[in-house]
Design a protein around this ligand. Sequence first.
Ligand code: ZN
Length: 84
Amino acid sequence: MKPLNCDLCGQQVLVEKFSAVHTSIQWTNKTDNCPTIRAAGLGLGDPGRSCAALQNRIERAVLDSEILESTIELPSHADLPRLH
Ligand SMILES: [Zn+2]
C-alpha cells in the first residue's frame, strides 16, 4: 500500500488500487483527525464520510502514476472458505 498525505489536513492514509473503480483506503489515524470529516459529523461507515482534498490527492497520485494498479489477486468465490 502506498502512503499518501491529505493536502488539507496532512493525515496519512494507505492506498491500494485494485482497478479503475476499486481503490482501497486505509487510515493510519482516526478519521476524526481530519477536520473535513469531523465537521461533516457523519457516523462510521457512512459513504459520505470522506475528505475532498484527500480524494483529489489520491486522484492526482493515480494520474501521476504514483499509484499503480495492484497486482495482488483478490480471492475468487471458489477460493473463499465456505460456511456451513
Ligand atoms: Zn483531510
